[in-house]
Design a protein around this ligand. Sequence first.
Ligand code: NAD
Length: 265
Amino acid sequence: MSSNSPPPALATPADLHGRRALVTGAASGIGAAIVGRYLACGAQVYAVDRDEAGLKTLVGRFPTDGPRLVPLVADLADLTGLADLPTDVDVLVNNAGLQHIAPVEDFPLDRFELILAVMLHAPFRLVRQCLPHMYARGWGRVVNVSSAHGRRASAFKSAYVTAKHGLEGLSKVVALEGAAHGVTSNCISPGYVRTPLVEKQIAEQAATRGIAEDEVIDKVMLEAMAVKRLVEPQEVAELAAFLCGPSSLSITGASIAMDGGWTAR
Ligand code: NAD
C-alpha cells in the first residue's frame, strides 16, 4: 500500500490495494479509462454516473474485477442527493463534465447553471464530504480533471471555462488545507481528448462557426496544440494513477498540462 514515506530509489507504480476510489463521470471517455487504470492498481472503485446503461457496459468491460467495481447511478446536478454517495473514499476523481457552445449573449441560463453545478459545485460538495475520511487515515488523493480551459479561454464556452477556472482554484485551496493530513490535490489539464464529449463538440462547433466538421478538428481544436494529435483517454488515466503513486508525494496544488503545448503559448 502507498504511504507518505519517501519513495524507493526507482519509481514504482501506484499500489491502490486497500484503497477506495470514487470516480465521477465514470461511464464514458476519460472517467472510464481512469476506472480501468485504478482497478489495475488494485483499488475498489465507486463508479458514479447518471448514465445507467453506460455503467452496465463499464461493468461488462471488467468482469474479473466485478466485486471491486461498484456502479452508482447519480445525477451530480442534484446537489443535495450527493450526500447519499459513499464518503469512505481515499481517492476522489472529479471528472464528470459536459459542454455547451454559444455566444455569451445567447447562452441559456439553465445550461450555465447546470454546468456550474456538475463541474464546480458537485466537486466542492464531494471533496468536502470525503476529506474527513482521508484526514482520519492520514492519506488521500484528490484528482480534478480540469482542462486547458482551466488555464485559457475560448470563445463560446463561457460556462465551461468559468467552471474549470473555479475548479483549478478549489483544487489549490484543498492542496493547502490537506497537506498536513497527507492529502494532495491536483488538476490534470488536457487539451482535446478523443472522447464522446469531443465528438459531440465537433458537430456543434461546425454549426456555430459555419464550417465543415473536419475543419473544426484541424483549424479549431488542433490549432492551439503544438503536438497535432488528440490526447487518448488512457494517457490521462496514466497520469491519474501516477498522482496516486509513490513518486508524487510533493506534487500538490499543481495543474499538470497534457495539452500538446497549448498553454505554453
Ligand atoms: P464524456 O462525455 O465522454 O464523459 C463524461 C461523463 O460524465 C459521461 O459519462 C456523462 O454521463 C457524465 N456526466 C455528465 N453530466 C453528469 C451528471 N449531471 N451527473 C453524473 N454524470 C454526468 O466526456 P470526457 O471527454 O470523458 O470528459 C471527462 C472530463 O474531462 C470532463 O470534466 C471534461 O471537461 C474533461 N476534459 C475533456 C477533454 C476532451 O477533450 N474530451 C479535454 C479536457 C478536459
